[in-house]
Design a protein around this ligand. Structure first.
Ligand code: PEP
Length: 256
């Protein structure tokens, strides 16, 4: 199905040296130079480790903030602008490095770093205050799915993180539904029938309100057409399958 605006992006998680980041971004930039149609109907984004944001932004940032352009993001940032938060990086700092978006509430951050609904709300507010697009990740564990509580669980995560925002602020937000059981090497992609309910719930509350509703979790070039055929899915958030630049270019091509 042809979507009016399709988001396709990747987070590298804790991977890639600067040299690898440079090579990746140069390869993607060359592919876009070669074929301007590559991102004509795709809003593409790359979310490297903090250390590589500036490097990637230098190479892909020239297409930033254009329709069908590239955004570069950060995988996390603190909600305070500065201060005694050793080891943390702030929204102004990631923006200074070239980020225009920021991932918030990825399940690995919730699981391993005890990120809460409250801290996701602080981070969304801070991102918006600094003109960054918050990419809010939500998703339930397998036990919650098995008990049939997926929709209430993910709506509570979204409502908590987005509480109190004005309509024009919500219009900047992207929501990525990433079931925990679908992410990473131990996960499996969600099937269409498993996504229909959660996306209908998100659509009824946030459809036409946020900038887009994305799916993430074991996306590949092979399952991409079926996922994009789902009416409520505005884009895909890809991990492993986009960690080679050539594969990311293929995903963009398939989405264009
Ligand atoms: C993720 O961790 O957010 C993700 C989508 O990873 P993968 O595509 O590798 O499952």
């Amino acid at each position: 199905m042809q979507k009016s605006k399709l988001w396709i992006g990747t987070s590298w998680k804790m991977n890639k040296t600067l040299a690898e980041a440079r090579e990746y971004a140069d390869t993607v930039a060359a592919a876009v130079e070669d074929d301007a149609g590559l991102t004509r109907s795709v809003e593409a984004f790359v979310i490297p480790s903090h250390t590589a944001i500036a490097t990637v932004a230098e190479r892909l940032g020239r297409w930033a903030n254009t329709v069908g352009g590239f955004r570069v993001g950060a995988q996390n940032a603190h909600w305070q602008d500065s201060g005694a938060w050793t080891g943390e990086v702030s929204m102004p700092q990631i923006k200074d490095a070239g980020a225009t978006m920021v991932e918030i509430g990825h399940s690995e951050r919730r699981t391993h770093f005890h990120e809460t609904v409250e801290t996701t709300r602080f981070k969304v507010e801070s991102a918006l205050r600094h003109g960054l697009v918050p990419l809010l990740c939500i998703g339930e564990p397998a036990e919650t799915r098995d008990r049939g509580h997926t929709c209430s669980y993910i709506l509570a995560q979204a409502r908590g993180a987005l509480a109190g925002l004005q309509r024009q602020e919500l219009a900047q937000v992207l929501i990525a539904y990433e079931p925990r059981w679908a992410i990473g090497a131990l996960g499996r992609p969600a099937r269409g029938e498993e996504l229909a309910g959660p996306f209908a719930a998100l659509r009824s509350e946030y459809g036409g309100v946020v900038a887009g509703l994305l799916y993430g979790g074991s996306v590949t070039l092979d399952n991409m057409p079926d996922l994009l055929a789902l009416e409520d899915v505005d884009g895909l958030f890809v991990g492993r399958a986009a960690w080679h630049a050539e594969d990311f270019v293929e995903l963009l091509r398939a989405g264009s």
